[in-house]
Design a protein around this ligand. Structure first.
Ligand code: ASP
Ligand code: MG
Length: 415
């Protein structure tokens, strides 16, 4: 059985921890598995390297920045192989281009287009552990690329898919995926399992356990992902395909995102094409719009409200002010300190009244809902940022049972 084990930055933060990681790999191997390891850079190293680039050049060239930041993973891959040797285990390190993880040329956010695992297979066949530098690849021109922050997760899942691994284990500094952020909700508990779709919603909602792209990959290639702690032997959370029992639970998690800001274009003339005029310049500036609300038209105009990442607020506002003048809208209103709070669960498809209950819970706390958006398995609201914690706690209390996933009734005993 082939296992891919990915170790995040805190798991390889120093030599002592790398030796601990080697011990775990050794045990996996002793249990009879073939092991491919993927490592992140030591905690803090990627930030340090990025800062070096910024200190050297006002606008660092993207190709050279990638060549620089990719070194973080080169160090940990080699050190992990060395630690394995020291424990008497044959091991070989591989950089992205040595494996050959081919990507497009979008430096800093490259996408994997092809993975060639022949050299890894050869290393495994020779009895070695293959240790791969995460986060990096190579493009058609032979330039080093990186996959975006947190990209080692995606390296690991892509390799697990290409190698048809039994499981992709993601070792991190938390016990798994939680029903909410334990720093805000002390009762938050570790989920035993979660579906790919729920994880995608939670990942994009600010629960930063896995890079979103890695979950998309896992879903597409049906790679079972096991998120677990490198500091304990306990089972973590399995990210898997949906099965009917998972719909028994209506809400799997409560997430929040404070990185949002709200903008309203006031009194947009109600004519075809004006929404396109409003969003065109925003899109061309590469600003990602999240929720959008258009009010019902009154007196021939509508208000158009939407959210953008907080860091893009000023830029978006400037663009909108220009557009508002051109199209004869009244002006722009905005709020920086808003938050998005969401509940997520595949069971929402089959449980009625979840939205009504959510709004009631918020109303009981006196929290005003400014915007609402829904998908099949998610309901999100935008609220004043100062109520984030209150909202998250109240929703967790209301929707998440204090005991782990209730036992699935035996098939014959269903009502
Ligand atoms: N070292 C990279 C980062 O800090 C990639 C990773 O850790 O997954 O974003
Ligand atoms: Mg990570």
């Amino acid at each position: 059985m082939l296992v891919v084990q990915k170790f995040g930055g805190t798991s390889v933060a120093d030599v002592e921890r790398i030796r601990t990681v080697a011990g775990r790999i050794a045990r996996t191997r002793a249990a009879g598995h073939e092991v491919v390891v993927v490592v992140s850079a030591m905690a803090g190293e990627t930030n340090r390297l990025l800062a070096l680039a910024k200190a050297t050049a006002r606008t660092p060239d993207e190709r050279e920045s990638d060549a620089l930041v990719a070194t973080g993973e080169q160090v940990t891959a080699a050190l992990t192989a060395l630690a394995l040797h020291d424990a008497g285990i044959p091991a070989r390190s591989f950089l992205g281009h040595q494996v050959r993880i081919e990507t497009d040329s979008a430096h800093g956010r490259a996408r994997i287009v092809r993975v060639d695992v022949e050299r890894l297979r050869a290393a495994l066949a020779g009895g070695a552990v293959a240790v791969v530098a995460g986060f990096q690849g190579v493009d058609e021109q032979g330039s080093i690329t990186t996959l975006g922050r947190g990209g080692s997760d995606t390296s690991a899942v892509a390799l697990a898919a290409a190698l048809d691994a039994e499981v992709c284990e993601i070792y991190t500094d938390v016990q798994g995926v939680y029903t909410s952020d334990p720093r805000i909700v002390p009762q938050a508990r570790k989920l035993e399992r979660i579906t790919y779709d729920e994880m995608l919603e939670l990942a994009s909602l600010g629960a930063k356990v896995l890079q979103i792209r890695s979950v998309e990959f896992a879903k597409r290639y049906r790679v079972p992902v096991h998120v677990r702690s490198s500091f304990s032997e306990a089972e973590g959370t399995w990210v898997v395909e949906e099965d009917p029992a998972m719909e028994e639970v209506s809400v799997a998690g409560v997430a929040y995102d404070r990185d949002e800001a709200k903008l309203t274009v006031l009194r947009v003339p109600d004519r075809p094409g004006l929404a396109a005029r409003v969003f065109g310049p925003i899109a061309r500036a590469n600003i990602v719009v999240d929720m959008i609300i258009q009010n019902a038209s009154a007196e021939g105009t509508t208000d158009l409200t939407f959210t953008v990442p907080r860091g893009d607020y000023d830029k978006a506002k400037g663009l909108l002010e220009a557009t508002a003048r051109e199209i004869g809208a009244q002006g722009i209103a905005g709020q920086l300190d808003v938050a998005k709070v969401s509940i997520v669960g595949v069971g929402m498809r089959t449980h009625a009244g979840i939205a009504a209950r959510m709004f009631e819970v918020l109303s009981n706390e006196g929290i005003n809902i400014q915007m609402i958006s829904t998908s099949e398995i998610k309901i999100s609201v935008v609220i004043d940022a100062k109520y984030t914690e209150l909202a998250v706690r109240a929703l967790h209390d209301a929707f998440i049972p204090p005991t782990p996933n209730p036992p699935t009734p035996a098939p014959g005993k269903r009502p």
